[in-house]
Design a protein around this ligand. Structure first.
Ligand code: CO
Length: 213
């Protein structure tokens, strides 16, 4: 059988397995979604959001793109954040990068990559912001790993620059914003323990949208 066709067999087996566990599974699934988490991660096929978080369908709202970028003029990610914050009222927004990210490595390469150039410029800008720290790391792999972490940190900062999140912070003191990195070698998630409530104080003068007024 063609591998593409196998997907439909897989799907039928998955339906049967879900119904075996809970005969009302799809009635509940169809009724509504109330996820507590918005997950913004990399498109990389090895980093599936639900699986690594151990969450079921309905428990996490997901956005993925190359190298988990939150760009201010990307209507896609901004619409996702708005929907998650205003309508789903998620309690946590997670930006999750991963070590060994091809997008991060590509951004460190001096090469014309066509359509990817503009997208990867977001990552090159993160490098420029943290150039002193990164250039001081002699080991190339360690430097990539650190850029993965700093990219997560800067994308978390981009999340709190949005009007949707600022408005919700002013009125509800929520959602919390977290930066994580997934390690492909052992499957573990690392919480970078970024304190975004402290971060906003540093950048508030520049990025405050006066959403409280
Ligand atoms: Co990646």
């Amino acid at each position: 059988m063609h591998p593409y066709k196998e997907i439909f067999d897989n799907n039928k087996r998955w339906v049967e397995a879900q119904l075996k566990k809970d005969e009302h599974f799809f009635d509940k699934l169809a009724s509504d979604q109330r996820p507590e988490f918005l997950y913004i991660g990399c498109s990389d096929s090895r980093v599936p959001a639900n699986e690594i978080m151990g969450l079921e369908p309905g428990e996490v709202f997901v956005h993925r793109n190359v190298a988990n970028v939150v760009n201010g003029i990307d209507h896609n990610v901004n619409a996702v954040i708005q929907y998650a914050v205003e309508y789903l009222k998620v309690k946590h927004i997670i930006v999750c990068g991963h070590y060994g990210c091809g997008g991060i490595q590509a951004a460190m390469t001096s090469q014309d990559m066509g359509e990817l150039n503009a997208w990867l410029r977001n990552i090159r800008d993160v490098y420029r912001l943290h150039q002193d720290e990164l250039d001081a790391i002699a080991d190339e792999k360690k430097r990539y790993d650190r850029l993965v972490e700093l990219n997560v940190q800067e994308q978390c900062v981009n999340v709190i620059k949005t009007a949707h999140v600022q408005k919700s912070w002013y009125h509800n003191n929520s959602p919390e914003v977290h930066g994580w990195v997934f390690d492909l070698h052992n499957g573990l998630l690392k919480d970078l323990e970024l304190n975004m409530k402290e971060q906003i104080k540093k950048i508030q003068k520049i990025y405050d949208l006066k959403q409280g007024s």
